[in-house]
Design a protein. Structure first.
Ligand code: SF4
Ligand code: SF4
Length: 99
């Protein structure tokens, strides 16, 4: 795994990204109506670890998020999950779609 130590700073160019507050409890993944095991806990872990490659391979879950905030309303870490997903989308838009 190639690590990008500046990845969080890059993500923050697309908006707020406060995933450092995540305590990896799994509540969000359990509550998400999409039922994707990766959402959103693993996505945030990839970002925190600087694992850019894993984020780039996660276009489907990142663009599938409904931004319903069901996860966010129950997050014990106070993570702004929907805003974080938006930041991930902005990053993908720039890197993959080049818009
Ligand atoms: S519910 Fe919040 S603290 Fe728990 S894993 Fe999800 S983002 Fe992290
Ligand atoms: S905001 Fe996205 S990740 Fe959170 S519960 Fe809704 S669809 Fe799932």
């Amino acid at each position: 795994m190639k690590v990008d130590p500046d990845f969080l700073d890059t993500l923050r160019l697309g908006g707020e990204f406060n995933a450092r507050q995540c305590i990896n409890c799994g509540t969000c993944t359990a509550l998400c109506p999409l039922g994707m095991e990766i959402m959103p806990r693993k996505l945030f872990r990839y970002a925190l670890l600087g694992n850019k490659e894993a984020v780039l391979k996660s276009t489907e879950p990142i663009y599938s998020c409904l931004l319903c905030k069901m996860c966010e309303a129950n997050c014990p870490g106070g993570v702004h999950i929907a805003e974080n997903v938006r930041a991930l989308r902005s990053y993908l838009n720039a890197e993959v779609l080049e818009v």
